[in-house]
Design a protein. Structure first.
Length: 345
């Protein structure tokens, strides 16, 4: 847990407000208490106060320094309704429709984050991913240089020789089923930018395939090779400190001796700490396998490609994972506020 403790330490210097749409979920209540007690910031729970207090009593969870907002009675509700009605896709909606949408906790939380009433959003633990993703995509502005919104999982391994002291980033692990070449390049760059922030130094991004440097000539391998070239162009355009290489097999990405045999000199080969998978099938399967077969700690998933940080939790997330993901989203928000201060206006 060395990795997540370093995240906690960083966030303690810049505590953040994290909104939890599932405010009456027992796991979220206990996580909110821990988030505050560890000095990470102020949790904001959405829901009816009497329901939340009842659950807190049953769970013996303290609500001290935990904010509670009921979207149905919030003074921000009329303002949020007006704002959503101004969006082109909702211009034909009547007040009743916009109110119904804004009293949905996921939409209300997304609006809070978009307009600076919270620094990050952590939800999705009680519903399928689309329930959280739809409001995020509808209400939070995309990054100006992102081709697609994607999901990233951070993995902490027992084997510290892999990645960066055992820490690796996997993407896309939850959103884009079959990315185009351009989208795959964007996923690589967005994940690399997050890794740069978390590691504090130049990440090494490997775009994975069943082929290494042209060892197989198929459309899928060529897509990964093309995405690698595009990702390098994006990195150069952004002036970002990210090393990118591919296409390469997983062993070439992780083992220096195999990398030397298969691809020669590379800044990434054999030492990758960011793995970009060619499609959602491979990325999601890899995360589940490494979690269950290698007893790796996984933190996911962080939503990338938006101007505000958000987390889509697994429905199986436990209390500690929720705290950790809230801390990671808070850490992201430090950088996002510097880079995109005007995006919530």
């Amino acid at each position: 847990m060395k990795f997540i403790h370093s995240v906690f330490d960083k966030l303690k210097h810049h505590p953040k407000r994290i909104v939890f749409p599932d405010g009456d979920d027992a796991r979220v209540l206990r996580a909110a208490q821990l988030f505050y007690e560890r000095g990470l910031g102020v949790p904001v729970l959405l829901g009816k106060r009497d329901v939340i207090e009842r659950v807190a009593l049953a769970e013996r969870a303290s609500l001290d320094h935990v904010a509670i907002i009921n979207p149905e009675t919030s003074s921000d509700l009329p303002v949020f309704c007006q704002r959503i009605e101004r969006l082109e896709r909702y211009r034909n909606m009547g007040l009743k429709d916009s109110r119904a949408m804004m009293t949905n906790h996921n939409y209300f939380a997304a609006m809070m984050v978009q307009y600076g009433l919270a620094d990050a959003l952590v939800g999705g633990g009680t519903a399928f991913g689309g329930a959280l993703l739809r409001p995020l995509l509808s209400l939070i502005k995309p990054l100006p240089h992102a081709e697609v919104v994607s999901g990233c999982t951070i993995v902490e391994l027992e084997k510290k020789t892999l990645g960066d002291d055992g820490v690796m980033f996997f993407a896309d692990t939850g959103i884009v089923p079959d990315p185009t070449m351009q989208q795959l390049a964007s996923i690589a760059v967005q994940t690399g930018l997050l890794a740069r922030q978390v590691f504090g130094r130049r990440p090494r991004v490997a775009l994975l395939s069943f082929s290494t440097k042209g060892s197989a000539r198929t459309a899928s391998a060529e897509k990964v090779a093309g995405a690698t070239a595009l990702a390098r162009e994006m990195v150069s355009r952004l002036g970002a400190e990210i090393a990118v290489d591919g296409e390469m097999q997983a062993d070439a990405a992780l083992d220096p001796l195999i990398a030397e045999k298969k691809m020669g000199a590379s800044l990434v080969g054999g030492r990758a700490n960011v793995l970009v998978f060619p499609d959602l099938n491979s990325g999601n399967i890899a995360v589940k396998l490494i979690h269950y077969c290698a007893a790796a700690r996984t933190f996911g998933q962080l939503i990338l490609g938006l101007t505000r940080p958000a987390v889509d939790l697994s429905r199986g997330a436990d209390v500690e994972e929720i705290v950790c993901m809230a801390a990671l989203a808070g850490l992201q928000s430090i950088e996002y506020r510097k880079l995109y201060p005007e995006q919530g206006e």
